[in-house]
Design a protein around this ligand. Sequence first.
Ligand code: HEC
Length: 142
Amino acid sequence: MKARDPARGLAAYGAPHFIALTALTVVSLAQAAESSSDRGKALFDKVGCWECHGYSGQGGTGPMSGPRIARTRLPQEAFIALLRRPISMMPPYGPALLTDQQIADLYAFLQSRPQPKPAAEISLLKGDALLKGAALLKGPAP
Ligand code: HEC
């Protein structure tokens, strides 16, 4: 009788178990690593803040537009109060829709957004680019 090939044994039993265990570990690590900001991002998409404020809170365009809210200067308490009782066009989000903790997660997500570039660093907004653009619009000289 042939001795059992240890490599085959590993392929038949060890490797699949190892892969399954590794996959489980990766999944649980990923869950543990989910931050307040990650949960906030999921809520931002789910409850529809993006519809008026843009996917990154950069501010919306169109009839339902809301202002830029990424890196809002509002303190967290004021942010929560504003969602509960908005000023005019924004719908209110009561505690049945969003808990204080969920609003805190939304806040963490918005505070994690990158700072916009200063206008001076955007070459298209610099004078000469604007002048070139205007010349292009006029078309070739007659
Ligand atoms: C239907 C469009 C709409 C939706 C949906 C919406 N907003 Fe607004 N939001 C606005 C408008 C418009 C304003 C400007 C003030 C007003 O009209 O109430 C505003 C204002 C704000 C402000 C105050 C900004 C400032 O600095 O003055 C914050 C913060 C804010 N929204 C967060 C949110 C969050 C978070 C959500 C999702 C839970 C959300 N909004 C959903 C339209 C919307």
